[in-house]
Design a protein around this ligand. Sequence first.
Ligand SMILES: [Zn+2]
Ligand SMILES: [Zn+2]
Length: 341
Amino acid sequence: MRAAVLTAPGKLEIRELPLPRPERDELLVKLKACGICTLEQRLYRGAMQMPLPLVPGHEAAGEVVEVGPAVVGSYVPGTRVALDLVTRCGECYYCRIGKSNLCSNRFKPGQRVLGGFAEYLAVRPSQAYPLPPGLGFDEAAFTEPLSCCVHSLKKLKLAMTEDLLVVGAGVMGLLHLLVARCMGLRTTVSDPDPSRLEAARRLGADFAVDPAGSDLGAFALDITEGLGYSACVVTSPAPEAFASAAAALAKCARVNIFTSYESAMALPLDANEIHRRELTVTGTEGRLEEDFFQALRLLAFEKVDVRPLISARTSFSTIAAGFEEALSGRSYRVLLEHEAP
Ligand SMILES: [Zn+2]
Ligand SMILES: [Zn+2]
């Protein structure tokens, strides 16, 4: 089978690899679509280290082609599935207490990790979520990033009709917006890029604000009768992005740090403010199985339409160009389509 193998930072090779052999209790899945996520971009840029060579790709969907004899679920050849490819061990402390997103054995050498940029993958049935009829593989490839936004917004313990600020209108900011709309929130998206603000407006943002060219704090007070935002999620790693939001928060506001930072980043918040105004600052990393299941339902129930976020489609023969496009900063999500010519 064909696979795009990352052999060194910036170096992707299309190689012929042996077809994976599923264990008796596993499924063999023929992949159809896989997003090029920030994780893959970091591996490609060398900003994140994992043992190489490696087949990246963790936002994948495909079709079951073989069902091991010991599989107990109702999978049959032809079952279409979204895949959870950030493997968790199920046995460590965090997995046992229901926080598998923080699994101690994630990405450990010897684990099967990622692999979405290959034609076939053997997976445990728990990693395969059946798709409803009518949901395309391209949309299903968004289940994973969408599930991270579901997890993030749950952390904010939102009540209906709260005023939410989403900082950053990249693909993850816009996915947060789409989930927030399902939750009955009034959502402001902030980003300095006018074309991204325009995308946020098209996708239903109640307000879209440039925090560099205007006073976000004053805007927040204006639309919230002097209160400020009661909840905020930071999806942009730009240091000034968080700082701009800090001035726009209500008392008792909750802020979730969704983005990761490539180097240490001090909180741009006075500890006294956190104390006096009872602010809560949290973080989220990845998602749980339940979030994945619910993200897939948001797609299945047509509550969320991710298709406007597909910026480009690429194939094995053009995947290097696809990576460059994903890294360009111009695009939302670039998808690898495994069967494209
Ligand atoms: Zn991802
Ligand atoms: Zn674990």
